[in-house]
Ligand binder design. Structure first.
Ligand SMILES: NC(=O)c1ccc[n+]([C@@H]2O[C@H](COP(=O)([O-])OP(=O)(O)OC[C@H]3O[C@@H](n4cnc5c(N)ncnc54)[C@H](O)[C@@H]3O)[C@@H](O)[C@H]2O)c1
Length: 255
């Protein structure tokens, strides 16, 4: 699928990796529907991206909210063939915190937004995409989820985040297998450490140490590099049911 033909939902599209994907799709001539809870920042992003971008205030963890926004975006864009899940939260903290063990509600927050949010979007988008006309390969759509290398080698303090991201990786293959029937591919990107607002707020020393720990290139990832990977997944029909680590060969240490 060429990016110029893309009609994409992008969750977390107001910031960081999601916004980089939106910029890429728009610059290649496609359309984007940005789903995010950050309404205040939305207008600035829409002013930048222009008339082929729209915003839908959506909490991805809320099933009804997702169904409503997906239905509306499909109607407004006159179609939907790509869904990119970038909404996410860090939910950092030790299981045995200084004051008390981690509250289960806090753990659940990461699962609800990162994992259930990705599921909500994937199932709702696939349900819409199955009615699309197929291309020569029988393809009707593409879903791209964002995990993290913390799914594989989570650090101390990442139990909730790592669990949510490992869940994203775990659900992808059964979905890809199921969606062969409807011609919808599902791919996962597991980023290393990227320079986005999620990371740029960390103390300078932490960012420097994180960049220096990357074997090659020895720096933090650029969100545009994530967007290039997204574009390749959309354009390469043979990519399905697998995870791409995008991490400069870093393997996270225990802390
Ligand atoms: N930046 C990194 O180094 C890195 C590394 C690995 C994985 N990731 C993952 O990539 C994704 C994007 O991260 P980012 O760095 O661009 O973060 P970011 O904080 O810049 O952007 C995340 C966006 O998600 C939105 N969001 C949060 N909760 C939401 C909800 N319930 N519903 C809808 N939108 C919601 C936020 O408002 C924000 O716009 C996340 O899933 C993150 O876990 C990031």
């Amino acid at each position: 699928m060429k990016l110029k033909n893309v009609k994409a939902i992008i969750t977390g599209g107001i910031s960081g990796l999601g916004l980089a994907c939106a910029r890429k799709v728009i610059s290649d001539g496609g359309q984007v529907a940005l789903f995010d809870i950050n309404q205040e920042a939305a207008q600035t992003v829409l002013d930048e991206l222009g008339s082929r971008a729209s915003f839908y205030k959506t909490d991805v963890g809320n099933e009804n909210n997702v169904i409503q926004s997906c239905t509306q975006a499909n109607e407004d864009m006159n179609g939907l063939n790509v869904a990119i899940n970038c909404a996410g939260v860090l939910s950092a903290g030790r299981v045995l915190g200084r004051e008390a063990p981690m509250a289960t509600d806090y753990f659940s927050k990461a699962i609800t937004i990162n994992l259930i949010g990705s599921f909500n979007i994937a199932k709702t988008a696939a349900n819409i995409m199955q009615n699309n006309e197929s291309d020569n390969d029988g393809q009707r759509g593409v879903i791209i989820n964002t995990a993290s290398i913390a799914a594989y080698e989570g650090q101390i303090g990442q139990a909730a985040y790592s669990a949510s991201k490992a869940g994203i990786i775990g659900m992808a293959l059964p979905m890809a297998r199921e969606f062969t029937r409807i011609g919808v591919r599902i791919m996962t990107i597991a980023p290393g450490v990227f320079m986005t607002p999620m990371v740029s707020g960390m103390p300078d020393q932490v960012k420097e140490a994180l960049g220096a720990a990357v074997p090659f290139p020895s720096r933090l990832g650029n969100p545009a590099e994530f967007a290039d990977t997204m574009a390749h997944i959309v354009e390469n029909t043979y990519l399905n049911g697998s995870v791409i680590r995008l991490d400069g060969a870093i393997r996270l240490q225990a802390k």
